[in-house]
Design a protein around this ligand. Structure first.
Ligand code: NAP
Length: 254
């Protein structure tokens, strides 16, 4: 219970072939965890696993769309084939459709909710018995500052992230007696394939940088460090929190 590492932890990270999820898998693997990666695209997933193996990280994975119940179930079966407990679950999968509120089709806002919020609800429920079996487990939900304040990134996206933050608080309380800590990490703009289309717009980039006291865009590794910390036994008294990784953005008033 006293080390800054994740030795012997078994970690499942959703949405982990790229961006923040991949950086989290890498960081946790370097800290000693065995990592299971999930993404839809099989070659992309395999390439990510192949990148981790030379680093000495025990990594495996299975292609799945975590917004689909059949795939969620299949991930559980694959994990049960290898592991009898789960120490770390990172619900990281997320996507966005950016529009004015009145312009969303029902299918579009449902897709944002299914990918960002309902998948996390379902995966956390499905893996509950394995998390309980750990006796010392940590769930991290990757939310966003868009769940705290409006950042003009589309209402459904922000609503799903606010939902994840509240799910975090609720589960932290309900599962504390079972030895399961539940926290959220809320990034601001981070250099990943998801954010790239926004960061390539000069006006938008200038606005983001003007509103970021640290004056730069986060790297995925900087968000991954927060995720990994919350999963360590060093964070053993931290539960129900939302760790905001935003370069000071939400601290700035004027
Ligand atoms: N980047 C930012 O600026 C930022 C800011 C705040 C919050 N966040 C949040 O951080 C999380 C990670 O974002 P990111 O920027 O790293 O995203 P990203 O670069 O788009 O990477 C997303 C990862 O998730 C996988 N994925 C997407 N949909 C999936 C699905 N339905 N089932 C399984 N895997 C899926 C992708 O692989 P496949 O396409 O092969 O499935 C990929 O590996 C998200 O929850 C996002 O909302 C990001």
């Amino acid at each position: 219970m006293n080390s800054w590492n994740l030795t012997e932890k078994r970690a499942l990270i959703t949405g982990s072939s790229k961006g923040i999820g991949f950086a989290a898998a890498r960081e946790m693997g370097l800290l000693g965890a065995e990592v299971c990666l999930i993404a839809r695209n099989e070659p992309g997933l395999q390439a990510a696993i192949d990148e981790l193996e030379p680093l000495g990280i025990p990594a495996w994975g299975t292609p799945a769309d975590v917004s689909h119940p059949r795939d969620q179930q299949r991930v559980l079966e694959q994990v049960l084939n290898r592991w009898d407990r789960l120490d770390i679950l990172v619900n990281n999968t997320g996507m966005n459709i950016r529009k004015s509120y009145a312009d969303y089709e029902e299918s579009e806002y449902r897709r944002v909710f299914e990918t960002n919020l309902f998948s996390a609800m379902a995966m956390t429920q499905l893996f509950f018995p394995l998390l309980k079996a750990s006796g010392n487990a940590s769930v991290v939900n990757v939310a966003s500052v868009a769940g705290l304040v409006d950042v003009r990134s589309g209402a459904p996206y922000g609503m799903t992230k606010a939902g994840l933050i509240q799910m975090t608080r609720h589960l932290a309380v309900e599962w504390a007696p079972l030895g399961i800590r539940v926290n959220a990490v809320s990034p601001w703009y981070t250099r990943t394939p998801l954010a790239e289309p926004v960061l390539q717009q000069p006006d938008r980039l200038a606005l983001i940088l003007n509103n970021t006291p640290l004056g730069r865009i986060a790297e995925a590794e900087e968000v991954a460090a927060a995720i990994a910390f919350l999963c360590m036994d060093k964070a053993s008294y931290i539960t129900g929190q939302n760790l905001v990784v935003d370069g000071g953005m939400t601290a700035q008033g004027m």
